[in-house]
Ligand binder design. Structure first.
Ligand code: NAD
Length: 251
């Protein structure tokens, strides 16, 4: 329970990867603030299970981020994980979707970070972990907003890693390949449309085609890596972008 006494905020943690990270951090004794949307009763149950609190802030809205950060208090471990996807040819890409994806997948991390950093500097300890993606390193067609946001998140992470290095604060990206979560499941119909494929073809010939293991990553594997990044042994892991993609980006 090496995280006892530490306070962690995990954005987008009512589902998928964020929830797995929140579970792993809570499992090591961290006091967790969950964030994200979902069924009220299910979220209340999660809070009870993890001894966590919850903020329903919409992270595309700066005022709501500011309110969440002020209510959360001093955060030791900030996990910027909330994200969404949209699949469409660039010429048809809905303008509002582009703006929302950049706001949620990139700009929200800037706001939470700028608000969390003064407390981390004061304590001389902090961990910033950003869920990027294999799409922060390589691109796939029809994901212009997502790829742009994730490449930007990698650049942002490197920048703050350098700025905070002498303050006991590290900043790193975790970059999963395909993890079976609602985010992946929900993009299958649009990918079928954009590429003229069946559901099975999308899963085998698009999603898993570059994942050399031919297996989806499990959310718990991302949680375990997040825990490692919080350890003292990881104090010199800084500004890195960790692939957990079954070998996809090794090619
Ligand atoms: P998910 O859809 O299961 O979870 C997304 C979470 O974000 C949910 O808790 C949701 O309520 C929350 N959320 C959505 N919009 C929000 C908003 N406006 N404000 C606050 N919270 C909001 O997705 P996931 O697959 O677990 O993805 C989590 C992160 O991992 C994302 O950043 C995603 O890009 C990244 N990622 C996922 C995969 C994958 O294959 N699933 C691969 C690489 C990277």
């Amino acid at each position: 329970m090496f995280l006892e006494g530490k306070r962690a905020l995990v954005t987008g943690s009512t589902s998928g990867i964020g929830l797995a990270i929140a579970r792993s951090l809570a499992g090591e004794g961290a006091k967790v603030v969950l964030n994200g949307f979902g069924d009220e009763a299910e979220i209340a149950q999660l809070c009870e299970e993890l001894g966590a609190t919850h903020s329903g802030a919409d992270l595309t809205d700066v005022a709501q981020i500011e309110q969440m950060m002020s209510e959360a208090g001093s955060i030791d471990i900030l996990v910027n994980n909330a994200g969404m996807q949209h699949v469409s040819p660039v010429e048809d890409f809905p303008v509002a979707k582009w703006d929302t994806i950049i706001a949620l997948n990139l700009t929200a991390a800037f706001h939470t970070t700028r608000l969390a950093v003064p407390g981390m500097k004061e304590k001389g300890w902090g961990r910033i972990i950003n869920t990027a993606s294999a799409h922060s390193k390589v691109a796939s067609p029809f994901k212009s907003a997502y790829n742009s946001a994730k490449h930007g998140l990698d650049g942002f992470t490197k920048t703050i890693a350098l700025e905070l290095a002498e303050h006991g604060v590290t900043a790193n990206c975790i970059s999963p390949g395909y993890v079976w979560t609602p985010l992946v499941e929900n993009q299958i119909p649009d990918t079928m449309k954009a590429r003229g494929l069946t559901r099975e073809q999308v899963i085998n010939d698009v999603l898993l085609v570059k994942q050399a293991t031919k297996k989806f990553v499990q959310p718990e594997e991302i949680g375990a890596l997040a825990v490692f990044l919080c350890r003292d042994e990881a104090q010199n892991v800084n500004g890195a972008n960790w692939s957990v993609d079954g070998g996809w980006t090794a090619e």
